[in-house]
Design a protein around this ligand. Structure first.
Ligand code: 2AM
Ligand code: CA
Length: 265
């Protein structure tokens, strides 16, 4: 498989899609809701996903596509080469803030991440990696990740989850939030993943994400030695929704063992 070629196409298409999104800021958005009134989708989410599908189908008709807006294939497995696409990750931010959103794209072979791209459209920052060839922010190589103690760490988590009981006993998250140097929440899983890759934050916890939210950023984080699992410490299957714990090596083990009771809750 010529991963370099697939990668160069992916970079080209992501940049082009980003330019189209930037141009859309001057136009009126068509905003709709999906599962609830805070689950937003716009015409730009759909147009961007369709843009990728048209490009991929034209050059790689044998590849499969899993996109957030459902315009790609309905997949029951990740056999072969699959593109996992979130045309706009952080749609609420896109609509309300016109920043803090990203295009996220992962290319997987038989369920293994080979290419990861996360494009912060507004800041023109492209985070990218081919498995085994290093990770980059634009042209700059990102250094490998090393352990950091919780007390020296910035941990990304959503404040409402610390207060409410959802899929995890929320009492588990309170000591972690208290012991960390600080907490943050940006509202885009893809960006939160690459912020860990770039060393701007140290761990990220989410209770429920979809494969396309995580697929691109996970390749980048793992290329740098970061660990990506669900909150029970299990690998993700990239076919179903799951929780997420992403962190520097060492710190991931500490959070899982000392705070999340090795998933025994
Ligand atoms: P989205 O903007 O592509 O929907 C916000 O905390 C993060 O969670 C974003 O990455 C957002 O992706 C994702 N997200 C929001 N609602 C979600 C849901 N119901 N299921 C899975 N992921 C969701
Ligand atoms: Ca999205």
């Amino acid at each position: 498989m010529n991963w370099e070629l697939i990668y160069s196409h992916a970079v080209q298409w992501v940049k082009e899609a980003g330019e189209n999104i930037r141009l859309s800021f001057d136009k009126t958005l068509n905003i709709q809701t999906k599962s609830n009134r805070n689950d937003l989708v716009t015409n730009i989410d759909k147009e961007t996903e369709q843009f990728f599908i048209d490009k991929i189908r034209a050059v790689y008709p044998e590849h499969k596509i899993m996109g957030e807006e459902g315009l790609g294939d309905q997949l029951e497995n990740l056999d072969g080469i699959v593109w996992l696409i979130d045309p706009i990750d952080g749609t609420m931010n896109f609509v309300h803030q016109q920043r803090n959103f990203a295009i996220s794209l992962g290319v997987y072979e038989n369920g293994v991440g080979k290419i990861g791209l996360v494009y912060d459209v507004v800041h023109d920052e492209l985070y990218h990696a081919i498995k085994g060839h290093g990770a980059f922010l634009n042209d700059k190589k990102i250094p490998a990740l090393h352990n950091r103690e919780v007390k020296d760490s910035i941990i990304a988590l959503n404040a409402t989850w610390v207060m409410e009981n959802r899929s995890i006993d929320h009492h588990l998250l309170i000591p972690l939030a208290r012991d960390a140097r600080g907490t943050r929440s940006y509202g885009s899983a893809a960006l939160e993943l690459v912020y860990i890759a770039a060393g701007r934050m140290d761990a990220y916890i989410s209770l429920r994400l979809s494969p396309w939210d995580v697929a691109g950023g996970a390749v980048i984080v793992e290329e740098l030695g970061g660990i990506v699992t669900n909150l029970r410490g299990e690998k993700l299957d990239y076919l179903s929704k799951d929780s997420l714990l992403v962190a520097r090596p060492g710190l991931h083990q500490t959070i899982l063992h000392d705070y999340l009771k090795d998933g025994k809750w």
